[in-house]
Every structure is written in structure tokens, then in C-alpha cells.
Ligand binder design. Sequence first.
Ligand code: BMA
Length: 984
Amino acid sequence: MLKQGDPYYRYNELNYRWVALEAEWRWSTTFDLSENDMLTKYEHVQLVCEGLDTVATLTLNGQQIGSSRNAHTRWRSRDLHEVLRQTGNDLQVSIRSPLDFANDAAASYPYQVPSDMGPGYLPNRNFIRKAQSDFGWDWGPAFATSGIWQLIFIHAFNRAVMTQLSVLQYHDGKPSDELDGINNEDAMEKPDLSKQHPASDKGNGDGDVWLRVQPFFDVATNSATSKPCSPPVGTLCASVDLFGKGSVSDCVHVSLQGPDLVGSYTASMWLRVPAESVQLWWPNGYGKQPLTDVTANFTLDQQGRNMVDAPITTSLKRRIGFRTVQLVRETGPIGQQGVSFYFKVNSVPIFIKGANLIPFDSFHARVTAANITRILSSLLATGANTVRVWGGGVYQRDLLYDYADENGLLVWHEFAFACAMYPRDHSFLRLVRKEVLEQTRRVASHPSLLILGGNNENEAALDWFEITKQHRDIYLVDYTKLYLDTVMHEVMSELHGSQLPFVTSSPSRGPQSEHPYTQLWGAAQSPDFGDMHYYNYDVDCSDVRYLPRARFVSEFGFQSLPSLHTWSSVTDANEGDLAWNSTLMYYRQRHPNGNAQLRDQMARHFKLPPLDDENNPRAQASTSSSSPFDSWVYLTQSVQSLCYRTWIQHWRRIKQETPGRTMGVLYWQLNDIWQGPTWSSLEWGGRWKMLHYTIKRSFAPVMISGYHDQSTDQVYVYMTSDWPAAVKGTYTVAVTSWRRGRLLSMSDSYQLESLQSIRILEVPLKEWYMKAGCTSLSDCFLMLEATGSAASIDGKNDGVSITIPPSEVITTPIRDAILSKPNFSLTNFQPGRLARTQKAVDGAKDAMLLSGSFMLSSDVTAPYVMVDTPLMGHFNDGGFILEGCTKRNITFEAFDEDGAFTLQQLQQSIRVRSIRDTYEEDEDAVTASGTKQRSRHHDSSTRTGTIGLELESIHRPTSSHPIDTVVEVKTRHTKRVTHSTSTS
Ligand code: BMA
């Protein structure tokens, strides 16, 4: 049926569009019941579908058994005793075209409800409850898939079965005014916002932790009356394991209450964990992640038992970790703008470092556990502590939250609404209530949960569309109805006064605490309140003057192209796809003006490669080792790295400066949904772009960094620490010539309090360059290095050495730098870990390996060094400056056993390159002194005032923008959102 093969191949998205347009698709199967006496043995036999995408009608043995309209919720049937047969059951699931459904729903809605539209997008996605990016996004295709995307099974039980277990924790004592756990569909009382009060630093409890244990049950019901077959009354017991040192348990006699909106019955009880038994769970980089089990059993009373063999006990286990989370919102001193927005975990302020996650694949059902862990472990390898599960996609599986719990990755969980207005008729809100309830219940017990968010950018989007601006009040009321009265209401009722933070939107001014109707309009993006999304494609991304001094940056980014390895399976080189300006490259670019933005930003910093046009003679004269397109790809990744490095370093530096006090950076975007130009740091399939290595260096717990302030011509050097103990060590700042190596350096000691960021040095640039004998600004740059030691994170050891990645401050665009062509040498290849399948054959040349290493050096200084291999894995570093005549140990690790390799394969497949490899230049045109002939510089030994004059005449600010400038934060549609920033 799908003759064109892989749906991601070339233009197959369009070739397969007919699939989404087909009015209806039907999935059918025949099956026998797995147990011979299932129908007689069990009171209740139901069909459960954990994910139907989306508008589905289900028929069993010719009889309609139900319908479903939300891909984000679990669907289950009534009791099917009267319909099921022991053998030869015929199940049919018919799913309507999501496009038809969405278009019809939009057409019959009384007024227009706009959604963001871009190249390749399909309309009206906001009218159907499925992954919003299925209809296209600025980083992915529009397949508008249909299907059964999660488990589907028959579930048989007697009387009651526990299906879910929620365990919420309270560190400030048991709340006295705790809401009743039951959600009554008709009760729409206003949420009590005081329940979102943050924990005080120390807590007002006695250190004991109270656990609210709440199981949820499916209850056998009479198909005619939908009432329970017998009263679900019994004894609920719960116990928590105290990390192998005993346990705390209790039992209560309860009558299950229900059904709630999702059809569950429930009861709750409390356990008190003594303070001395509590081991705290910490985010990555701040401590360990001890986890323990809570078990709940429910034993039904004998009375009323009507099935001889009925099991009478049902139980579940849930893993928890003890921690508090607090979103700190404090006003600063008088005269200081705004309110803080930062998180404390266990009362320690956490600088949030992480990324935004999009769906792993357009075809959600084909995502495997291995895909998910590959992406998450790569994120973790950067030193990140947070992932934001962005609201435009699917709700991620339990596996992701389990992984996050185990590894200290905090999760910003967002409800599935993005970049649009939404309908708010009764049936839509009903779907949403059920969805929010179900999802909150599913994720709220995970220690990794940091915050729940109502939507992505929908508050900001109130300002994107003409129609919303013209009829502001309608859309504002709709917004409030959906996100405050519905989403927030359900979240709050499900959190039962526990302290998890909630924000209605990202970006926003923070939690909606007062005047929700007036607070919303036009205020979402503010550097002084709440979180920001920062996108600015029109200015030099390496100039920190354009950056907002934001409280928290939950999105920011710039695009790049994936590697040729990733492109190769979905392109046809013979058709000319692999060219910067090919039709395919423009077709895969879904961000308006994306390629032009990339080219312009690259041109600011690098010499552009020739276009790959066959008629262009320069294309033929491109570098010998790579095609021009390969160089374009490499340069897009280089410029992307430069941008993110500048931004992350800037926001980390100003964590204690006012304005600023930035306490979080979540870059856009971690992963890819297909092979195309996007903001990702990981390519589709998991390969690391240069950016991912850059992120790893930029997220290092202790960072040395600097920036060149063009208005003062000073370079400011900072030490920044996210280490939860004081750090001390030495730092070095070296004036380095691209061609002649280090000319002058100074070292000193430093000391940082825990989590501190301080300016340690101001370098008068021209003076230092002159002293060092730089022949021009393009001759030199600054290399920054530091060593550090501190108490270990667990406080058990002193003087633990901390690796601080070196950093550079490049003071002219790199295209002007006087670079020599490097000769790289790779030596001393060593085998590392053996693949599991491999018998220990030490040193055997052809052993299958999971890791290997070698030494890399270059005869001259080379910037943006990228080591590359087609093997599936990643290196320890990439995109770094390799100084001439220095050596670096490079390691390569396979992603998994499937990627095992031999040392010889590694050796033969490695390719190294740097910026100087992307263009040809007549080396003879450069004098021995390291200056180009066209410049009038003297020999480097001349260290007199003449050079000062040269420097004077060469130095020109790269931008003509005034210091107080206007930053375009994000533009969609007609309105430009702007902010003034002042100089750093
Ligand atoms: C933000 C995200 C996404 C988008 C990204 C890049 O708006 O929330 O919607 O892909 O910017 O434009």
C-alpha cells in the first residue's frame, strides 16, 4: 500500500497525505479469550485501550461497544459478558480522518479559534485532542496519523482491581484542610489557590514526612445499571520500605468512593515516615537519588462475595523518592523590578539546566524504550538536571518518568496544548478535565516532577492573531475558562494541597495568583517575572547585549542541519538533494525564513562555502575533503554552537546579578522528530550534533567564561558554580595567537561560595593584546582555563577535584581570524569496554567494543574541531578549540550493544575537521608574522605604539546597534513583541 517506502524518505510526507485524508480507517482483529473459563470465572471483563488516536468507534462481534475522542486518555469499555465469546471474537476499531473531524468541528464552532500556521502545517489541530504537532510544526512533518498507539487488551477481574497508585508527600505536616480525594464531575468549586503555597525553607513540620496513599480501582459493575455488583468495602493497607531498614505500615477499613470522571473508585490513607528514616532524593549534580517502594493492598470484605474463586486482595507497588519542590516567588529590594522565579529542591536553590523534549517520532507507536533512553541518557551526559516535556506533543510514557526518577532528571510536565487558542464548549472541556485528571494522577507521585504547566505559549498567543486582538475579551474569557477554571482546577484537586508548583502557561509571569483576567493580556514575556522564551534571529547571536536579563529562560534556540549520516537514508544525492539550495532542503525547512536566518548568522561569523550549483565553478573548487554541502552542514552546526554557548554562559553568569538573577535555562530543542533543519542538539536517531558537545561543556557544574564588551573594550571573566559546596582553585587567562600560540598569560587563585557566580577579572583587551604582541585583533583570542577542588557533593570527602572545561573569548568574527590549515594527528588508539557478546580477549585487534579512545593533536590552533564517524555513538567532546601542539584524549562510546565496533573500524572511520577546512586560501598570501599581505602589519616582534595604532584602526564594533537596544523576542503573525534591554 505504501509503495514509496519509508515515510520520511524525500517527499513521502506529501505522497502519503492521502492516508490522512481517507474518510475512515478500520483496524480489525479476531481473537480468542486467553483463559477457557474467563467468562464464567470473572464478574467483569472489559476491553482496555491505553491510546486510541483519535476519533474512534469500537465494534465487537458486530455490536458497537463504545467510542473515543481523545488520543491522550485511556479508554475502557463497560463489562462485555454479553458480547464476548470464548473464541472467534471480531474486534473492529474505526478511526475517522483527523483532518475531516478537525475541519468539521472548526466549521461548526460559533466563532473562529485560530492556531499557529506555518509552512506545511494542516489547519484546525486545536479542535482535536491528539498530539498537536501531528498536524505539522516548525521542525517536523504533518502526517496527521491515526491508529492504536498504545497497548490494547482484555482485562478480567472480580469486584475490584487496583489500577493505579498515587503517593503524594508532605514535609510540613499533614494538611488539616486536605480536599476530599473524590472528584465529583458536577462539583466545579473554585480552586483554592492557597493550596499552592510554597513550603517554608525549613518546613513547619517536625521533619517527619506524611505520605498520602491513594489507590484507584476499576470496579466490577452491573452492565445494566452501571452500579458496582457488590459494595466495594474492605481493608486498605499500605506500607513504605525505609530503604531496607524496616518499614512503616498501617491499615484502614474503607468503602471505595466513585466513580470519578475517569470511571475509577478510590480511597486514601496516610503513612507517617519518621524524619530519621528519610533519605532525600536530589536532582542530578546535587546528590543521590534514593528510591523506595510504597505498597498498597486492598482486601475486600467477605460479605457480598459472590464468586467462589474470586481473588479477594488486589495490590500495587509504587516507587517514590523523598524531596520537596518549591517555586520561589519573592520581590526584591525596593526599586528592583519584578519577582523571582526559581526552584528549590530540598530547600537548595537549583540552577535549572536542561532541554525541551518534542515527540520522538511522527509515528508514535514505533517509539521504543531504547529510543527514549538513548535520548535521555545523552541529555544526562551533558550534566543537565531537567527536561521539559513540551505541550505540543504526546504525554510521554511512564518509562520516561521512571528514568527521570532514577537519574535525577527533573521534569517540567506540560499539558498538551500549544501555540493556539482552543475551543471551550462543554464537550471539549469534559474531554480536557478527564485528560488532566488522568495525567496528573499518573505523574504526580514521581519525585522527578518539578512543575506542571497548563500549556505552551498560549498566553503569549493571545497576542498573535488579528482576531484575538479584535475580540480580546472573548478569547481572554475562553483562556481563563480552559486553563484556570478547568486545567488548573483539576490539577489542584488532584494534588490535594501538596506543594507541586503549577503555572498556566510557559512563558508567563508565573503562577496566576491574582486578577487572572487582567494579568494575562500581553504580559507573558517579561524578563522580570516568570519564565521567558527567547528567539531572536536578526542580530549577532554572540553579542550578549541583545540578551534579556531574564529570570528563567524556558526556551531559546537557533537551527542547524543534521549530519550527512542522518540525511543519507532520506535523500537521493543523484537527484541533487544534498545541496544547500536544493528543493529538498527548502521543502524540509518548516521554519519561515529559516534557511536565510541560518545563512545570515553564518555569514556574520564564517566564510560561506560556495553554493553547490553544478554551474558554479567555485563549487568544484571547494575543499578537497568535503563537498560544499558537507561544509554548510558543519558551519550551521558551528554557528548554532556559538549561539547557545554565548546564551547559556551569559544566563549562568548573571545568576546573582541584578537585573538578571537568571535561575534556569532550558534550550530548544533536545531531539528531532525527523531528518530536517531544526533547533535540536540530537539528530533523529540520536547522533550528537556539535551543539550537544557544546551543551555538555556549557553545563559543566563549575564554569569559567568571559565575554567581550565592545562598548568598554574590556573582557569580563567569570567563575560560575552550581556546585553545592565552596570551590577553590586557580585560573589562567592567556592571550593566544591563532598562529603562534600563547603569547602572554596570567594566573591567579579564586574562591567561590557554593552555587556562586562572580566576576574575577576585567581584561583591558587592547592593552593586553599590545603587550602580548598581537599584530591585530584577528591575530589573537583569549584562552581561559581553571582548576578547582571542593567537598564532594555528598559532603563526605574534601578536596575532590572538579573538571572545569577550558573556554575561549574570540574577539573578532572567526572569519577574520588568521588561521593556518591544521594537520591533525590521531595516535595511540586504545580499546575500552568490551561488548557484552565479546569474550575477554584482551587487546585483540578485532574485539567488538563499546568504547575506545585515542590522542588527538594538531600542529596549529584549530577552532570548532569536530571528530566524526559513521559509527553509532558519541565522543566525549566536539566543537572545541584545539591549541597547536597540545594533545587531547578523545573517547568514543557506542550508544548500545548494537553499535559495537572494532578498534580498526573506529580508526579507519574517524574524520577530523575544523573551520579552516571549510575554505581554501592561498597560504603564501600570509606572511610569516601571521598577518595577511593585504594588511599593513609589521612583524610580530614589533611591540611598539605602531601596533596600538593598527589595533585602533582595525577595531570596529561588529554591530552598529546602540547599547540600549530593542530585542525582538519572538514574532508570529503580525505583532512584534519587543523588550528593551540595557547593556551587560
Ligand atoms: C517555541 C516552541 C515551539 C517551536 C519553537 C521554535 O514556540 O514552543 O512551538 O517549535 O519555539 O520556533
